[in-house]
Design a protein around this ligand. Sequence first.
Ligand code: F6P
Length: 321
Amino acid sequence: IHTIGVMTSGGDAPGMNPCIRAVVRTALVNDLRVIGVEDGFEGLIHGRFRALGARDVGGILQRGGTILQTARSTDFREPRGQREAIRQMSNAEIDALVVIGGDGSLNGAIKLAEQGVPVIGIPGSIDNDIYGTDMCIGVDTALNTIVDAIDKLRDTASSHNRAFLVETMGRESGYLAVQAGIIVGAEMVLIPEESVSVEEVAKTIERAYLRGKTHAIVVVAEGFTPHTNELAEKINALDIGFTMRVTILGHIQRGGKPSAFDRLLASRFGYHAVQFLLNGQTNVMVGLDGRDMVPVPLQTVVSKRKTLSVEHMQMAKTLAQ
Ligand code: F6P
């Protein structure tokens, strides 16, 4: 291997930049050339490449987003798009590819691996829903953003004796909501993994009111059904004591400068991705297992579902009194 490509793909996550930096610098020290692929798989198909040197990744450790830009590509899902991507890589003499992204991106990486391109995946997604790694790039920063936002909402909720439904991201995973629930002291957490009736939610909020609380915070994962706004309408039709407001945190959760934890995690992922390539370990994702960086076969990563910690779900309920 002489030249490696590096790309970010799918939804961005704070910490992608430190990861790119680590890939580039580790590769250069080992006499590899690095080509940055812009706009994820979309850019791969269209040959949007630029050489990356050590200085090109200077001053980006603290920057949110991704200097390589990212995209969700529909064309790459088709065999034609994949063939074109491989042709572009071969023209640019890219021998191996490091893909930083979430579930969809790692599925894309497998398509290349199946066609003979050595790939390494790095888990980057605030959702923390990727099998084979304890943590993904961006999760810690997103949680810090959520905590900051909910702390502020609690202030105004208390002043007005209100209940708030606060929606967190996470797609089909309740990970962010459960963690947030524990660390902000939410009265209730609603996640797609557990069904709860509207009446139960209303009762829990009412009980908080009757216990004399000045506010109630319910963290709702975006994948929970019914959706947050619909849930709010249904609860509003019942008597819960508090008046209620809804806040959808949205894409603010994906922005901001990466936390210390994310910078370190991302740097470790990037460093080890190149080490794995140099050791001939390809078609794997770098996973965090306890304290260790381990190679996890990409096929395993995409075929298994990450489950939530039952202990954490239990803890969120126990502490919400
Ligand atoms: O996967 C990350 C994520 O932020 C999810 O939590 C969310 O459902 C989705 O991406 C939003 O995607 P988009 O940025 O395309 O609206």
